[in-house]
Design a protein around this ligand. Structure first.
Ligand SMILES: [Zn+2]
Length: 193
């Protein structure tokens, strides 16, 4: 589970890294099937990439664990989200290309560099996102169903094929509605974290 929190000074967040004064955990486990009034324990950190124009920054995310249900809560700084959305279309596009595999990964990357010269996009990012999308397919489908229960989601085929179909759905969404699109972005982006 993710808790989004406000950061006053992004520079400070990046500079202090693990020493940053992260928010205290809630005094009760936020997982709906637990909700125990218990002190959540610190549970290390994880890293995610934050694409900000020309710069790709690795940021540290604080985690807590519930000693009762053993589920993890991550504290995601809100500054990650709007900037990340900027590159949303690019991520979807590149993932689709990667999943279709009509081109080699190196030529996909050089295409991306040509089209988005200010953004650092490496082989590692593509692997990272492809893996994330594939391993979170059921979550993304769930998210899409919350928005439109009648949406046609893939039922057969390999995980790779399903992922490709899902990316097709996500990328045609803006044709229908801005709000729908925003929702899709949200459920898709959450699945990447
Ligand atoms: Zn719990």
């Amino acid at each position: 589970m993710q808790i989004i929190f406000h950061v006053d000074n992004i520079e400070e967040y990046l500079r202090k890294d693990k020493e940053y004064n992260f928010p205290n955990p809630p005094d009760r486990c936020p997982h709906p099937d637990c909700k125990c009034k218990v002190k959540l324990k610190k549970h290390g950190f994880y890293y995610r990439y934050y694409l900000d124009g020309a710069v790709c920054i690795k940021i540290t995310i604080r985690r807590y664990i519930c000693p009762v249900c053993k589920k993890i809560i991550s504290y995601l700084p809100e500054f990650c989200l709007p900037h990340f959305q900027y590159s949303f279309n690019m991520i979807v596009k590149s993932l689709k290309k990667t999943l279709i595999r009509t081109k080699t990964l190196s030529s996909i990357i050089s295409d991306l560099k040509r089209n988005f010269p200010t953004i650092l996009f490496s082989r590692r990012h593509i692997y990272f996102y492809t893996k994330r999308v594939i391993s979170n397919l059921s979550f993304i489908i769930y998210g899409l169903r919350q928005i439109d229960p009648y949406i046609k989601t893939p039922k057969t085929g390999s995980e790779r094929e399903k992922a490709r179909e899902i990316l097709d759905i996500i990328s045609i969404v803006p044709l229908f509605s801005q709000r729908f699109y925003a929702y899709c972005q949200k459920s898709f982006l959450t699945s990447l974290t």
